[in-house]
Design a protein around this ligand. Sequence first.
Ligand SMILES: *Cc1c(COP(=O)(O)O)cnc(C)c1O
Ligand code: SF4
Length: 349
Amino acid sequence: MALEVWQQALKESLTSVAQLADLFDFDAQPLAAVEDKYPLRITPYYLNLIEKVGDPIWKQCVPDLRELAADGLADPLGEDSLSPVPAVIHRYPDRAIFLVSGSCAGYCRFCTRKRKVGCPGMVMSFRDLRDGIDYIAATPGIRDVILSGGDPLVLPDAVLEDLLARVHQIPHVEIIRIGTRVPVTLPERISEHFCTMLKKFHPLYLNTHFNHPRELTESAAQACLRLADAGIVLGNQTVLLRGVNDQPQIISALFRGLLKMRVRPYYLHHMDLAQGTAHFRTSVETGLKIMASLRGHVSGLALPYYVIDLPGGRGKVPLLPQDVMKIGDSLAIRTASGDIVEYPDLPSE
Ligand SMILES: *Cc1c(COP(=O)(O)O)cnc(C)c1O
Ligand code: SF4
């Protein structure tokens, strides 16, 4: 069967440091060990967004020697212990993550599942997928199923449609979410035809993953508009990355740009403790300062929750700048411009 345009693009992706070294004229040899450990894939579209070596696009997709540092945790969120069957992560009673794909259109160097994505052990077999669906069907508490991976959108339309249909017909599943970075790295995959197929599975939510304003291209905007026009509610999960987006002006430009593309910022993730990603970590203080700087200066719609995902499967916790300075009969509350205002409160009960 002929490949679709996006499948052809995926095939033409850059997958070795040697190819990259040819293009940008550097010595590939030192990075061979990184490439052996963690796969590399950069779509032609995303490669084109690189303007120069070391820029924010480069840092997200090009292997770095610091990935070999032996600190951090292999399974930072304790996900393996929350897997009743290989394709499901079930941490919260009403929601489950369904890992439907082991690969992605591009491999992000900061990925929390980098020990797995793109590696042979992550490939979900037909049997794993069937066990996943059986588990969800047999667990009436699950109202919200999040298709993730890897990236669900690298699956062929027919496979994805079949999985969506099977999940959609489970009576207790009320909503389906898709987590995907494809609008960022392979926007041509989001065709009109594809969006028409997705429409059958409403209520459908899709969270994508833009990290830098330079990723908000015309093609990416068109992909998001096609999804939004199909009635899919779009959210975005950004990861706070040192040297990529850890500055208030970058984050506010990103979040304002997303709203223009009809994508609502949902989470700003604090980098977790995944092994091989320490060089991307910022302090929590940096994240809180960025959140505080946004308040009062950007639309409330552009304000996501800043969340930290605690190790060992303890879950996500939103972190807020501390604005209640004093609690008691009267509160002292800090405004967006930094003034302290007294506010009468009810006596505690
Ligand atoms: C983040 C996460 C979810 C979804 O959480 P929401 O806050 O509802 O977006 C579900 N399961 C796991 C294991 C998660 O890490
Ligand atoms: S697309 Fe998502 S799952 Fe895939 S490498 Fe990037 S962060 Fe990881």
